[in-house]
Design a protein around this ligand. Structure first.
Ligand code: SF4
Ligand code: SF4
Length: 206
């Protein structure tokens, strides 16, 4: 969930049409048309990635007249499906997956169950991954994968580079090699499984 207070604004005279902003936008809200960047105000989630990376300082972040609340509710969904999707992605439903926006795994799962099929759609619907953009991409990819979706990076995008392996996927040979050298793979898995399966604080399986 995010309250979007800012909007990217392009100064057309300064824009050289290099497309850097287009590539870094996590919700694909900025496009270069006729060699000038154009922002889709309804899509912009105010993350400032484009402003920070524009080499010609052509973008500024302006305060919106009215804040826009971006959130996906689990209401109306079968909550058991939300829980199942989170746990198949090896996440606790109430675990925060985007610290910048405090978005929980259950909200991302709800976005996917409501039709999101890419990280960009998840970000557009929930606001997740419109802050630092560092921590949240992996859980989002894991949730999409658990739902049977394997998205490819957007054409020319620079935002992410595929899913990294989790502790559950470390091959036995690697585990054997490093166990006893300060790595505790099986113990970590046991502990993480307990976290994932912990009763919900506000939910239906507590
Ligand atoms: S990064 Fe800056 S110069 Fe490049 S297209 Fe975007 S606004 Fe224009
Ligand atoms: S969402 Fe972020 S990167 Fe995209 S247009 Fe808005 S401020 Fe720029």
């Amino acid at each position: 969930m995010k309250v979007v207070n800012l909007l990217a604004v392009v100064e057309a005279e300064k824009c050289k049409g290099c497309r850097t902003c287009e590539r870094v936008c996590p919700v694909l809200a900025i496009k270069v048309v006729n060699r000038k960047a154009v922002v889709d105000a309804a899509r912009c989630r105010g993350c400032a990635a484009c402003e920070q990376r524009c080499p010609d300082y052509a973008i500024t972040m302006a305060k919106r007249d009215e804040p826009v609340v971006v959130a996906v509710s689990t209401e109306g969904l079968d909550y058991a499906q939300v829980v199942d999707l989170c746990r198949r992605a090896r996440l606790h439903p109430e675990q925060i997956v985007c610290y910048c926006t405090a978005t929980r795994a259950e909200e991302v799962a709800a976005a996917i169950l409501r039709g999101a099929r890419s990280p960009e759609e998840v970000s557009f619907m929930t606001g997740a991954r419109t802050g630092c953009k560092v921590e949240c991409i992996q859980p989002i990819l894991r949730l999409l994968e658990a739902a049977g979706v394997t998205p490819a990076p957007p054409k020319g995008g620079w935002q992410w580079y595929g899913r990294t392996p989790t502790v559950w996927e470390i091959p036995e040979g690697v585990k054997q090699k490093y166990t006893g050298r300060g790595f505790y793979f099986d113990e970590d898995i046991k502990l993480l499984n307990r976290v994932i399966e912990a009763p919900l604080q506000g939910g239906s399986d507590s």
